[in-house]
Design a protein around this ligand. Structure first.
Ligand code: UDP
Length: 235
């Protein structure tokens, strides 16, 4: 398989065409951004760590029957994926209050939710990924109603699988963000990544943060947090 021209460069990943039909290569970068790109930096070897973590979690989800864009890990920083058209939604799943939820609703960080909170944002960097709901999604033709239902069900199932897995490595899955895509056959599958860039992961015993909040809040030991997740997942 040959890596061809770059199609797209995002904040944390680059996407390349390949000579294979309907297959792209995703390359994970060390660049880190927060607060809608206002804060910029690098996290040493983040690309390698996130590719490792994402690959493992996609493999786990596939084993549990979730269809994803993941095909295989190609190298330290590269993953082979199915070509999809990204549904322009960020699907946030929350088990404990953190981040924007604590600010918006005044709920103390770490409060356990009585039931899972599912939230949609419109994936649009210029607008800062604003909060939206099913009515907007329908009215703005961002996705079909039936597809939104599929996405919701998949997100809740993914949450169950990840909570259980993280529990086994002494991590509380606080919240995370998912993106979905549509294949050329029209199937909705999980896309993007699942990593400490897109999840809040706390040590179950000490509540130590092992995710991008260490970077967002200048807490130090950022690389160590990501590495701890790699070690627990691969150990
Ligand atoms: N998240 C993400 N990308 C975004 C927004 C959120 O990966 O553009 C993740 C974030 O890391 C956290 C979860 O989604 O695990 C919930 O994020 P929140 O809405 O609290 O926003 P944040 O505090 O990250 O701005």
């Amino acid at each position: 398989m040959e890596k061809l021209e770059m199609l797209y460069e995002g904040k944390a990943k680059k996407v390349y065409k390949t000579d294979a039909d309907n297959q792209y290569i995703v390359e994970y970068k060390d660049d880190a951004t927060a607060f809608n790109g206002l804060k910029k930096g690098t996290i040493t070897d983040k690309g390698i760590m996130n590719n490792t973590i994402s690959s493992k979690l996609f493999e786990l989800l596939e084993q549990k029957g979730i269809r994803t864009h993941y095909i295989k890990k190609l190298s330290d920083r590269e993953m082979l994926v199915k070509k999809v058209t990204i549904v322009p939604l960020e699907v946030l799943v929350r088990n404990y209050a953190a981040g924007s939820m604590t600010k918006r609703y005044g709920i103390p960080e770490g409060t356990k939710m009585d039931s899972t909170v599912l939230e949609f944002c419109y994936k649009n960097d210029e607008l800062g990924d604003p909060f939206i709901n099913e009515y907007y999604i329908k009215a703005m033709k961002l996705a079909e109603e039936a597809d939104v239902k599929i996405i919701e069900n998949m997100a809740l199932k993914i949450n169950e699988i990840l909570i259980e897995f993280m529990k086994g490595i002494n991590i509380d899955l606080v919240d995370f963000k998912l993106e979905f895509g549509r294949t050329s056959e029209g199937e909705i599958i999980l896309a993007d990544e699942i990593s400490p860039d897109t999840c809040r992961l706390w040590d179950a015993a000490t509540h130590e943060k092992l995710d991008k909040d260490r970077f967002r809040r200048d807490m130090g030991k950022v690389e160590e947090g990501y590495m701890e997740v790699v070690n627990r997942i691969c150990g």
